[in-house]
Design a protein around this ligand. Structure first.
Ligand SMILES: NC(=O)c1ccc[n+]([C@@H]2O[C@H](COP(=O)([O-])OP(=O)(O)OC[C@H]3O[C@@H](n4cnc5c(N)ncnc54)[C@H](O)[C@@H]3O)[C@@H](O)[C@H]2O)c1
Length: 332
């Protein structure tokens, strides 16, 4: 079993915690938190009270000095990722870091320089790639089922409303950028973004809560992302790949499979609540992918290029929104 430390037990850390605890190839030895209140209760709820050492972030060096630790799972806020990843890798640990690895390309490069120098796995947690629906669609597209790709369209309408980051940061758009670039097979040549705002609090911060991004890729492929920070009817995530031979479409996930039929017509079940239920399987599968990479059973699919490309595209999107122009990637 691989010894693991989990850093940060907030929204996403609480999703990874049961997955790490339940994985037969991992042994969770430490939870490192800035605010340790409530962490033991969280462990108790999972039947693991007293089985995992809970330490404050100031004690990280001691944790990283523990030779039993092989890998670190980083679930802390984005602005801590690069520093914590580098510290972990300097101590010889493999790293699974929540997305984004860092906001800027230079910081991403610094992280990968350390990973490559030390021969360690560094994986940013772009979980959607491991979701069975995205994966199946990707396999079919690569097998040529839609012919030449004309459009890759993603929809991301988020809920609940979360005001913790700007729209044009990687927090919101990075998953969709990752999916579109993954399907298109590389970076776009140009990007254009239009935004609008309906929420007064978001507007007061000079930000927008809705936007459409259009990207032109080599091979005459057009990528489109439509994003809303708040969706009143649930977590609405879609993907459509349209090509010369047809179309593949991933519909939003529903909470149950029960559809009601009556003389009033058909009523569908509600949409997924939010990312924890929609991407439950993806989080488990991404963890397995990371462990396989650490054990040398596969090559890590999420690479330096992935994180660098997303950072490059988000810079271009931000620039396009602020200048209201089409931005060529070479000038982003
Ligand atoms: N992949 C996904 O679907 C997904 C979903 C949500 C968030 N995220 C990413 O996860 C990261 C965390 O987001 P969140 O919403 O869980 O944040 P959060 O604020 O809910 O949780 C962060 C936790 O880290 C702790 N912390 C802060 N600094 C620390 C340090 N130096 N050492 C140890 N603990 C520390 C905080 O006390 C807090 O409990 C972000 O980068 C975000 O982009 C990814």
């Amino acid at each position: 079993m691989l010894g693991v430390a989990l850093l940060g037990l907030g929204r996403i850390g609480k999703i990874h915690l049961p997955n790490v605890l339940g994985n037969s190839r991992l042994e969770l030895l430490y939870i490192v938190e800035e605010n340790v209140n409530g962490v033991n209760e969280e462990l108790a709820a999972l039947g693991r009270a007293g089985k995992v050492a809970v330490v404050k972030s100031a004690e990280l060096d001691r944790v990283l000095g523990d030779a039993r630790i092989t890998a670190v799972v980083i679930c802390t806020p984005t602005d801590t990722h690069a520093n914590l990843s580098i510290r972990s890798m300097e101590a010889g640990k493999h790293v699974l870091c929540e997305k984004p690895l860092a906001e800027g390309r230079d910081a991403v490069s610094r992280c990968y320089d350390v990973a490559e120098k030390r021969g360690l796995i560094l994986m940013a947690a772009f979980n959607r790639r491991f979701d069975p629906s995205y994966r199946s669609l990707y396999t079919k597209v690569r097998a040529g089922e839609v012919g030449d790709i004309q459009f890759i369209r993603t929809t991301f309408r988020d809920t609940p409303l979360w005001l913790g980051a700007e729209t044009f940061s990687q927090t919101f758009l990075s998953h969709d950028i990752d999916i579109v670039c993954w399907f298109a097979g590389g970076l776009p040549e140009s990007v254009v973004c239009v935004g609008a705002c309906h929420n007064s609090e978001v507007k007061e911060n000079g930000d927008v809560d809705s936007c459409v991004v259009t990207m032109k890729f080599p091979g005459e492929i057009i990528g489109v992302i439509d994003f809303a920070r708040y969706c009143s009817y649930g977590y609405d995530i879609r993907l459509e790949v349209f090509g010369t031979k047809g179309m593949l479409k991933m519909e939003p996930c529903l909470q149950t499979t029960v559809h009601e039929y009556s003389n009033a017509g058909k009523r569908d079940p509600p949409f997924a609540v939010s990312f924890p239920d929609r991407f439950k399987d993806a989080y488990l599968l991404e963890l397995d992918h990371f462990i396989d990479a650490v054990e040398g059973k596969n090559k890590c699919e999420v690479t330096r290029f992935t994180s660098t490309a997303i950072s490059t595209v988000i810079d271009a999107i931000r620039k396009s929104f602020h200048t209201q122009t089409i931005v060529k990637l070479s000038s982003a």
